[in-house]
Every structure is written in structure tokens, then in C-alpha cells.
Ligand binder design. Structure first.
Ligand code: SF4
Length: 382
């Protein structure tokens, strides 16, 4: 049975409604519980929890340091193409928008990967819009294979695929698949995705499972904040992550909380998430998902990222561009959205060191260090 068959948005909506009446005593009881239920999770994101946010943030920090140490994995997206057959109303690549379109040739992908490597990045996320003609499976597999010669860790954030195609990507060297559901609200999803293959809600929702069955080791999921009620998205995301942790236990689960930024098309979010609620979202994710990685992108400002880094984040992008060819030839193609943190990877690393964190450019070293800590932790506990 897949997650789309068990996921019940009405149950989540009912829980969100119940959380409005929860008290600080409910929040404290949820904090005390070792294995937190979905009801506990609802207490942790309730309005009552907002009044305890500082306390919860401290707890989130301590829990992250205990489990992950003071390390921060750094990565950068490498955009392959902004040519898209989909109409997604919030996206700067949406079909028909008047931007400069481009799909990188393989030699251009290699050049971009080398540019990133020269900046210290060894963990690359290949990102692409959806265009079956320009960005098909053989092209993606080749991009992975060639990038892997330069960067030891390569993940994909592209169109949802079937299991066999994910297996081709794994054979080419793909280490991870990132696939945000954008919104878990099915009706809202239909309203935002008005044309193209991305319209298929359930096909997208079950893609991480297909990737896991194909042998993908790291799965990234998330919701695009601003499309629907943030508490609904947060609880749905946690339920999805927990389901994957149980059913795809060979894969490490990562969650992300991208907020909508300005983009071509001028989309205005119907459910904007303010900074305080954003912090609450992050802290909630850490307390509800103690063993999941949490990714924070350059959609947030440098100040915001520095403030959030100690509260639960384990992976950050750095020195990013959201346009194909954006590292070697900036301005030659339209970007997906505007970025807020324009620091170089070296500057981001420097800021992290100043806060007592060790920036790690090679993700596998983080994984190794963390599994060693897990082994030591279980040895100490037994
Ligand atoms: S969100 Fe993805 S599929 Fe939709 S328009 Fe943007 S790039 Fe295309």
C-alpha cells in the first residue's frame, strides 16, 4: 500500500482544528513523551506552543546537537533546464512565461559542476524543469554520470519518475532524490497545477517510495510554504516522513521548508508564512522528526539562515543560482525564483565556523560521522 492510499487530509485538518484548543500543558506533555504520536505533533505546532517557542527552540537545538553534532552539510543546486511543459502558477519556469529558456548540453553541465567544485562544493543537486523531450531519462542519467566524476555526491530534483527510471539514475550514480509535494492539500494542488504532467497529485506523492524501491539512499520531501495553511502542511509532511521512515527504512529521510520567493509571473502566496511561524515550523519538524535531516535553502536571507542554523538544520545550500548555466554564464537564462542569501560557499562556511559549526562539503563524511555516533550511542545505551 502506498502513502497516497493511506494519507487522509481530513484527519490532518481535524487535528489542526483540535490543536487550536490545546493548552501549554498539552504541549509540555507532548515534549515529555519519548515516542511522539501525531496528536503530540499537533500539540507541538498549536497556537499554545507558540507561547513556548523559545523553550522549544532550545530543546530543538539540544536534540539536533545530540543526534547530528555541530556539523552542517553544504550543497549547491545545478540547474539543467528551465524549459517546461507544465503550468504551475507559483513558478518562474511555468510554461508561457517570457523568460530566456535553455537546456544545458552535457559539456555545459560538466563546466557548471567544475565551477562549483572550484568553489569547494562536492555535493550537487541537479535540478530541472519538466520537459520530456529535452530532459529525458538518458539525458538525466548522463548528467548524473558526468557530474559524479566531479562531485562524490549527486542528487536529483526533477520530474517524478517510475521505478525503472529511478533505477537507471541509481546505476548512473544518483545518491538522492528530492521531490517536494508543494502542497498536501489536494484541492489546492489542483488549483496551482493547471497544466502538464505535474498535475498528477498521487503520482508525485508516491514518487519517493518508487525511488526508495529503486535503491535511492537519500529521499528529500517538503512543502512549498505559502500555498496552503502552514499547520496543515507541517502535519502532513511529518506524517509522510514517518511513513517513509517506516516503509523505506533503507533510505535516509530529509525534510525541507522552502518559502515562496518572488518569481517571474508575480505570484502572490495566498497563505504567507511570517518569520515567527517559520521558526515554529522548523522547531516543530525537529521535535516531531528527531532523526530526519532538515534542509534550509538560500530562499532565506543570510541573517535568517544564521539565526536558524542552530535550531535543527543539518544541511544548507550555499552560493546558489536558480538558473541553468547560472554559475559560469550568469544572465543567459531565466531563474526559477529570486534568492535571498548571496554569500559565496566560503562565506557561508566562515559564518558557520564563527558560530561553532563545522561546515562539511562532502555529505558522505557527515553520514559516516553520524552513523559512527549512532553506533557509539547504541553501544553506550546497551
Ligand atoms: S514547478 Fe516545476 S513543473 Fe511546475 S512550472 Fe516550475 S519547473 Fe515546471
Amino acid at each position: 500500500m502506498s502513502f497516497s492510499e493511506v494519507f487522509d487530509p481530513q484527519t490532518i485538518s481535524d487535528l489542526v482544528a483540535r490543536s487550536a484548543c490545546m493548552s501549554t500543558a498539552d504541549v509540555r506533555a507532548a515534549v515529555e513523551r519519548k515516542a511522539r504520536t501525531l496528536d503530540d505533533a499537533a500539540a507541538l505546532l498549536s497556537p499554545a506552543a507558540d507561547s513556548l517557542l523559545e523553550e522549544l527552540a532550545n530543546l530543538s537545538h539540544r536534540s539536533t546537537v545530540e543526534r547530528f553534532g555541530k556539523t552542517m552539510a553544504l550543497y549547491a543546486p545545478l540547474y539543467l533546464s528551465n524549459e517546461c511543459v507544465c503550468t504551475c502558477t507559483y513558478c518562474g519556469f511555468s510554461m508561457g512565461l517570457p523568460i530566456k529558456r535553455r537546456t544545458l548540453r552535457i559539456d555545459e553541465v560538466v563546466r557548471e559542476a567544475r565551477t562549483l567544485a572550484a568553489r569547494g562544493i562536492r555535493n550537487i543537486l541537479l535540478v530541472s524543469a519538466e520537459h520530456p523531450k529535452h530532459v529525458n531519462a538518458p539525458y538525466v542519467a548522463l548528467c548524473v554520470r558526468e557530474s559524479k566524476r566531479i562531485a562524490p555526491y549527486v542528487a536529483l530534483e526533477i520530474a517524478a519518475a517510475d521505478e525503472e527510471t529511478y533505477r537507471e539514475y541509481v546505476d548512473a550514480g544518483c545518491d538522492g532524490v528530492v521531490l517536494y509535494q508543494e502542497t498536501y492539500d489536494r484541492a489546492a494542488y489542483a488549483g496551482y497545477h493547471v497544466g502538464g504532467p505535474k498535475k498528477k497529485y498521487a503520482w508525485r506523492l508516491d514518487a519517493p517510495e518508487r525511488a526508495a524501491r529503486a535503491g535511492v539512499q537519500h529521499l528529500g520531501i517538503g512543502a512549498l510554504l505559502g500555498l496552503a495553511d502552514w499547520r496543515f502542511e507541517a502535519l502532513s509532511l511529518v506524517q509522510h516522513a514517518r511513513w517513509l521512515e517506516r516503509h523505506c527504512w533503507r533510505s535516509q529521510i530529509n525534510v525541507s521548508l522552502p518559502r515562496i520567493n518572488r518569481a517571474e509571473g508575480g505570484f502572490v502566496p495566498a497563505h504567507p508564512v511570517n518569520d515567527r511561524d517559520f521558526v515554529h515550523f522548523l522547531v516543530f519538524l525537529r521535535l516531531a522528526l528527531p532523526s530526519a535531516g532538515i534542509t534550509l535553502s538560500t530562499r532565506e536571507t543570510a541573517t535568517m539562515r544564521d539565526n536558524l542554523a542552530p535550531l535543527g538544520v543539518t544541511m544548507m545550500s550555499a552560493g546558489s543560482s536558480s538558473a541553468p548555466g547560472g554559475y559560469g554564464e550568469p544572465g543567459q537564462a531565466g531563474e526559477q525564483f529570486e534568492l535571498e542569501d548571496h554569500r559565496t560557499p566560503a562565506d557561508v562556511a566562515c559564518g558557520l565556523r564563527a558560530m561553532g559549526y563545522e561546515p562539511v562539503f562532502k555529505d558522505w563524511e557527515v553520514m559516516q560521522a553520524r552513523s559512527q555516533r549512532d553506533v557509539l550511542g547504541s553501544a553506550a545505551a546497551s
